[in-house]
Design a protein around this ligand. Sequence first.
Ligand code: NDP
Ligand SMILES: CCCCCCCCCCCCCCCC(=O)OCC(=O)COP(=O)(O)O
Length: 324
Amino acid sequence: MVTAASRKTIQKGKLMDFTSTVIIPLLFGSLGIFGLFRLLQWMRMRTYLQEAVVVITGATSGLGKECAKAFHAAGCKLVLCGRDGEKLKDVVQELSTMTNHRKNTHKPHTVVFDLSDTKTVLNAAEEILKYLGHVDILINNAGISFRGTVVDTGLDVDKKVMETNYFGPIALTKALLPSMIKRRQGHIVAISSVQGKISIPFRSAYAASKHATQAFFDCLRAEVEQYDIDVTVISPGYIQTNLSLNAVTADGSRYGVMDKNTAEGQTPAEVAQVVLSAVGQKKKEVLVAGLTPSLAVYLRNLFPSIFFTLMATRAKKERKAKDS
Ligand SMILES: NC(=O)C1=CN([C@@H]2O[C@H](COP(=O)(O)OP(=O)(O)OC[C@H]3O[C@@H](n4cnc5c(N)ncnc54)[C@H](OP(=O)(O)O)[C@@H]3O)[C@@H](O)[C@H]2O)C=CC1
Ligand SMILES: CCCCCCCCCCCCCCCC(=O)OCC(=O)COP(=O)(O)O
């Protein structure tokens, strides 16, 4: 006779059998497949980056310097670009003392030029190609920010920000592109910003330059896919760098303030790892930001009028705080 208690024991036994024969193998199988997938991804990325010629602009500080460390440790042949030769030498020296990397690293080459001066940009591209023969990955990182109202800002300031953040990087990209097309190989990276996707008050020149960056490199991606050239646009939120200190103001002077948002942002080393992995995985675009900036991007696209109202309120509040 089958009692209620023995029926329960049979059911429990069946459940245990099911768990040990189906659920557990399935779980371990999935973990195994996931692990294998990650391992293959890592190996592909390692092969892609090892020995790759990587040009990084704005390598003297902040995100550019951390990218230099990350790509150097990955075995890339670096070309570090900046305005200040001495600062670049210091970065090279710092890289040579790095110990936590694999053995096959390379001493970086340095190129000094000002991105806001197109002629020097073109000379630099020529020098890079002459010295290394080709470029595998170009990381357009250098940039400056801006603080000021539209009404008080001279056009020369708008132009300066556009020259540094937009015309300089696109000039360098255009100068290196033909050799990439010829080789049917290359990867162009643009360090944009969340402000390439949303515009916030008192950042007109900066947000405009980053929107232009986003648009240009999106067009480029579509045009060069046929030559097997990749384009990655990275849009970070706040990073703990000198960006706000070095920002230019309405009258052209240096802002010189470390903003709270900047000081509380992600570390440049964290963001550099995201850049490395995005490049290694040939991602088309990556938003690297906290919850509020990420939500702001969605809000701008899904409910623009709410976003515009919030920005107008923010502008009034900031203006009031400044005036008082
Ligand atoms: N920090 C942040 O919160 C965020 C930064 N970004 C972007 O990250 C990128 C790197 O900035 P970040 O590291 O934060 O700031 P930093 O000010 O620390 O670094 C900027 C770099 O750009 C270089 N640079 C500036 N102007 C020129 C120029 N005319 N010619 C050549 N190089 C120049 C600087 O060189 P020098 O040492 O000579 O001044 C420096 O190496 C920028 O494109 C920025 O817009 C994006 C989102 C957020
Ligand atoms: C559904 C709820 C949505 C809530 C959204 C609220 C919107 C609030 C506005 C948030 C604005 C975020 C701005 C982020 C800007 C940013 O991360 O910029 C990165 C930079 O490039 C920094 O440069 P800066 O010179 O401005 O320091």
